[in-house]
Design a protein around this ligand. Structure first.
Ligand SMILES: [Zn+2]
Length: 339
């Protein structure tokens, strides 16, 4: 089996192109970068670009490499979906058109190219013991930076606190990287909206701290991080289409569901019962709300009357996307509760 993941030693800062996209062009494919630290007995791992349309983590790694700093311990960067990121126009493809969402492939069964790449990434992460792993992502909607993790351990919260002050405690089994590295302190960090310079800044500052702090963790510390739990996924029903209504526009005459463009203002806010979310065309329910046991709770949380979709009870929505392509291929948003 040919390897998809290329391994390189840390490039010299002076040899790196000034432009992050040119840097990715030189990598050309999935790459593991091995970086020597002051203490080579220990190691930390940062992964990014599991989604090609989420550039902040790769930009942060590129900027950090150009700074020429020596990390406290050895570091491994994995920059995964370089080909999707480079596909024209750059940073617009979550994955290549004929490929899968890489961050749904980490639990096997290693049957296709994406699952095999995921297995290679797990292999390089596990090749040596690591103190911690961070996985950097962007959203497509307007969100503050926040972490996602499978456990609310002191270490996970401390990792998230390097980037933001919110933590989504997830029990969903999706095949994400985090689900495959439960033996290691880890956090997925959503640093903000793709293309927003503020998100790039959050990623770079957090990455710097992650690599320079020594020790990385304060034993038992519980930083001030708001914990949200029990995420349920709000997804379009299979085969249906979605449109986004700009301010003042009504429902789309062709899409099955029209969502309001300013919905992402409500990310991480409590949305009261009776709030309009969008408009449905036709008779059936256009969406489902899947809880952690796989049950559809849509009719418990939403109402649909006269084609108007509203909240039936207060909810906290997160990760709302108003990009119709993402909404159709992944999900519209998640609903969480205060822990
Ligand atoms: Zn992502």
């Amino acid at each position: 089996m040919t390897s998809q993941l290329r391994h390189i030693e840390r490039p010299r800062a002076s040899e790196l192109p000034a432009d992050a996209l040119a840097f990715l062009g030189e990598l050309s494919g999935p790459t593991a970068i091995h970086i020597e630290g002051r203490d080579p007995r220990r190691r930390r791992v940062a992964t990014t670009l599991l989604h090609g349309n989420e550039p902040s983590g790769a930009r942060a790694m590129h900027a950090w490499l150009r700074e020429g700093a020596v990390p406290a311990v050895d570091a491994l960067f994995v920059i995964a979906n370089v080909e999707a990121a480079l596909a024209s126009p750059p940073f617009s493809h979550r994955s290549l058109p004929d490929r899968r969402d890489l961050n749904r492939c980490f639990l096997g069964p290693w049957a296709d190219a994406d699952e095999r790449l995921a297995r290679e990434i797990l292999g390089v992460i596990r090749a040596r013991p690591a103190e911690a792993l961070i996985d950097l992502h962007n959203n497509t909607g307007h969100n503050p930076p926040y972490g996602v993790g499978v456990e609310t351990t002191s270490e996970a919260l401390q990792l998230v606190a390097l980037f933001g002050d919110r933590f989504v405690w997830s029990h969903l089994t999706l095949g994400a990287l985090m689900e495959a590295v439960r033996d290691l302190p880890s956090a997925t960090v959503e640093v903000g909206r793709s293309g927003d310079p503020a998100a790039d800044g959050v990623a770079l500052r957090g990455l710097r701290s992650f690599l320079s702090a020594d020790p990385l963790f304060t034993a038992g510390a519980r930083p001030e991080v708001r914990i949200l739990t029990t995420p349920m996924r709000v997804c379009l029903r299979r085969g249906l289409s979605v449109a986004v209504a700009e301010e003042g526009e009504g429902a789309s005459s062709t899409a099955d569901l029209t969502i309001l463009a300013d919905l992402d203002r409500h990310n991480f806010e409590r949305v009261e019962a009776g709030t309009t979310l969008g408009y449905a065309r036709g008779e059936g329910w256009p969406l489902e709300l899947i809880d952690e046991d796989g049950r559809d709770r849509a009719t418990t949380y939403f109402s649909l009357e006269g084609g108007v979709l509203r909240t039936r009870r207060p909810i906290i929505p997160i990760m709302i996307t108003t990009d119709p392509r993402v909404a159709a291929s992944d999900c519209l948003f998640y609903v969480v509760q205060e822990a």
